[in-house]
Design a protein around this ligand. Structure first.
Ligand SMILES: Nc1ncnc2c1ncn2[C@@H]1O[C@H](COP(=O)(O)OP(=O)(O)OP(=O)(O)O)[C@@H](O)[C@H]1O
Length: 262
């Protein structure tokens, strides 16, 4: 079942074309990762899916009544205003003490209820934001570079948590990530943007090859980041220029898998 679909989505900010003619959809329970260089329209696509930005042309359709949970890239907190984690998690919708405690436990942030929001570490704060999004029982969870500022073990653990949550709740996940080598093992589909859709494809997790395990370690469950995708056009600026009319060709893409010995 399709949760959100965009057809011919074009977004301009004044004279700047952020997205041009993007076709996109995400189905129930699917994990889709958006990749692309800075300024390639990733956040704009998320915002269009959320309904926070209006298409200049094209349409975005959401399944009626769709519950969306959003974990922003950053959240400006006024450090003059005291705000505990518990209060924050009950804004705007109230949630009971038990429910809040259980959700904090689920995201690996147990016992933080009475802590001040501004006193949390980067990793704790991201987990609290995730808890807040999950308290709304979303059918679609949207994450915009949610692991910014986390170290590599923290990042890997965060994506593992996302994959576990998808399995438990059945929620679809749409996320922007620069952590290609880490996120691939938890992704069904990758969409490479550069103002338009450059390419997309399924990640192919390689778990069996002992030489890869020896090289890349077991930090992300012994998996590594490789995926295949198909080109049907030439393009520049995505870091993998293909000849015009080239045929589908599997290859490693983006950041090289690195040693993950967490
Ligand atoms: N509110 C805005 N007003 C004007 N231009 C904007 C606005 N938001 C984004 N843009 C422009 O639209 C383009 C796409 O921006 P967007 O934030 O969607 O890219 P991104 O891929 O998420 O970038 P990054 O990886 O740096 O976060 C950029 O050229 C950006 O400068």
């Amino acid at each position: 079942m399709t949760l959100v679909a965009a057809r011919g989505l074009t977004v301009r900010y004044g004279g700047v074309a952020a997205l041009t003619g993007v076709d996109f959809e995400i189905g129930a329970g699917e994990i889709v990762t958006l990749v692309g260089p800075n300024g390639s329209g990733k956040s704009t696509l998320l915002r269009a899916v959320l309904g926070a930005v209006r298409p200049t042309a094209g349409v975005v359709t959401r399944r009626p009544g769709l519950r969306i949970g959003y974990v922003p890239q950053k959240l400006a907190i006024d450090d003059r205003m005291p705000l505990t984690v518990r209060r924050f998690l009950s804004l705007p919708d109230r949630h009971g003490t038990t429910e809040v405690a259980a959700m904090l436990g689920r995201v690996g942030a147990a016992g933080l209820e009475t802590r001040q929001l501004i006193a949390l570490s980067g990793g704790q704060f991201q987990r609290v934001l995730l808890a807040r999004a999950l308290l709304g029982a979303p059918e679609l969870l949207i994450l915009d570079e949610a692991t910014q500022g986390l170290d590599q073990p923290g990042t890997a653990a965060f994506y593992q948590l996302i994959a576990d949550l998808r399995r438990e709740t059945g929620a679809a996940v749409l996320m922007v990530s620069h952590d290609l080598h880490v996120v691939m093992s938890a992704t069904d589909r990758v969409l490479c943007l550069n103002g338009h859709v450059c390419c997309q494809g399924q990640p192919h997790v390689v778990t069996a090859a002992p030489e890869y395990r020896a090289l890349f370690g077991h930090g992300t469950h012994g998996t590594m980041a490789l995926y295949q995708h198909e080109h049907d056009h030439a393009h520049e600026g995505c870091g993998h220029g293909a000849a015009a009319g080239s045929e589908a060709h599997p290859h490693a893409h983006g950041a090289k898998p690195e040693a993950a010995d967490a």
